[in-house]
Design a protein around this ligand. Structure first.
Ligand SMILES: *[C@@H]1O[C@H](CO)[C@@H](O)[C@H](O)[C@H]1NC(C)=O
Ligand SMILES: *[C@@H]1O[C@H](CO)[C@@H](O)[C@H](O)[C@H]1NC(C)=O
Ligand SMILES: *[C@@H]1O[C@H](CO)[C@@H](O)[C@H](O)[C@H]1NC(C)=O
Ligand SMILES: *[C@@H]1O[C@H](CO)[C@@H](O)[C@H](O)[C@H]1NC(C)=O
Ligand SMILES: *[C@@H]1O[C@H](CO)[C@@H](O)[C@H](O)[C@H]1NC(C)=O
Ligand SMILES: *[C@@H]1O[C@H](CO)[C@@H](O)[C@H](O)[C@H]1NC(C)=O
Length: 311
């Protein structure tokens, strides 16, 4: 019925053009596009046609427009460095880069609320839908991964961050582990930097997770059973863990390091990310990205999002 209606209206719109000699299908498409027909519009078009990719936007707030630029490239994971100063969470790489209005709320929470409102319209078709879609129109089940890199004292910052997440939480947008069961939603928040492991372990329900140390998942001195309800993600410094600079041949031992660490994560249901990968020369960066993906790493850590998206 809907399809019929669409067909009739498209035919009606196209009619005059089709009657003209030599109108091509592209002419008809252009005509329809400029017609502003409501039949060509739907609620979740904000991220129409964007294909999500397992790319992590390193220091995402460095982009002219944080978050949205990453989403426009289909980047699924973004990172914000946060500083708790006088009770407010500021975002920036170092203190010299902070301003009074670049806050965790203004750069991340508010824009995310707008994007997710667009992707989760309230209407007669959605009244019975309990779960929230993520930011990507083409793959609503993929959550945005938001890494929160705490730069100041983690024990002081964590309660303030949990409070800052409340607008997302109250709309059901946060992936949450309750009594050890994970329920996926539109956003997955993972703490890194000074995030306090022991406090994160105590959270139940938990909607702030912990970026596990990828190269130490088997280290008993950390007293931690790493699993996805605590750590859906594990990361470590590529330079230390592997070290190949992307020029010449990677050694078998270096490959073995990658596969061991990736295997340690995957056997626990955890995704693996290496950061501090070389950014230049470009061919070396690409060689490292290729070796990591070929050997099971789950995320490309990228500064140049366009290059990573086209990789
Ligand atoms: C923090 O508060 C102190 C005391 O009120 C003030 O002097 C300082 O400028 C504030 N710092 C920032 C970044 O707002
Ligand atoms: C943001 O803060 C900076 C300096 O702290 C100021 O120059 C700028 O006008 C502020 N912008 C807005 C939109 O408030
Ligand atoms: C979690 O466990 C506690 C204690 O057993 C129980 O009271 C609570 O209802 C459980 N919550 C959920 C969502 O299952
Ligand atoms: C691990 O547990 C032991 C015994 O409870 C304790 O002495 C040690 O400090 C803990 N280590 C860490 C890293 O928490
Ligand atoms: C990488 O592998 C080598 C050789 O097996 C090992 O000596 C080294 O400790 C590994 N690196 C890390 C960070 O574990
Ligand atoms: C690098 O690997 C290729 C392919 O295995 C091999 O032909 C080449 O000799 C190697 N180069 C060096 C410097 O070992």
């Amino acid at each position: 019925m809907k399809l019929n209606l669409l067909f009739c209206t498209v035919a009606a719109l196209a009619g005059p053009l089709l009657a003209e000699a030599k109108a091509t299908i592209n002419d008809v498409i252009s005509q329809l596009e400029s017609s502003q027909s409501p039949l060509l519009q739907y609620p979740t078009q904000l991220t129409q046609n964007i294909v999500p990719k397992p790319i992590h936007s390193h220091n995402d707030y460095w982009r002219d427009v944080p978050l949205l630029t990453a989403l426009s490239f289909g980047v699924v994971s973004v990172e914000a460095d946060v500083w708790l100063i006088n009770g407010t969470l500021f975002v920036g790489h170092e203190q010299q880069a902070l301003t009074s209005n670049r806050t965790f709320d203004s750069l991340y929470i508010q824009p995310l609320l707008k994007v997710l409102a667009a992707q989760n319209p309230k209407n007669e078709f959605t009244v019975n839908i309990a779960s929230a879609n993520g930011p990507f129109d083409t793959a609503g089940d993929i959550p945005l991964q938001l890494l929160v890199d705490i730069k100041t004292d983690g024990i002081e910052a964590l309660p303030v961050i949990l409070e800052a997440l409340q607008p997302l939480r109250s709309l059901g947008y946060l992936t949450t582990a309750t009594n050890g069961t994970l329920k996926r939603s539109a956003v997955l928040v993972v703490g890194t930097g000074n995030s306090p492991l022991e406090l994160v372990k105590e959270l139940n329900p938990r909607d702030y997770f912990f970026d596990a140390p990828l190269t130490r998942l088997t280290d008993p001195s950390l007293n931690t059973t790493w699993d996805p309800t605590l750590s859906p993600l594990a990361s470590d410094d590529y330079e230390v863990a592997v070290g190949w600079n992307g020029i010449g041949n990677i050694s078998n031992a270096q490959i073995a390091n990658i596969t061991k660490f990736v295997g340690d994560a995957h056997s626990r249901g955890i995704l693996a990310r290496f950061w501090d990968t070389p950014g230049w020369p470009v061919h070396a960066r690409d060689n490292v990205w290729r070796v990591l993906l070929d050997n099971g790493a789950d995320w490309l850590n990228a500064d140049d999002l366009e290059a990573a998206a086209n990789f």
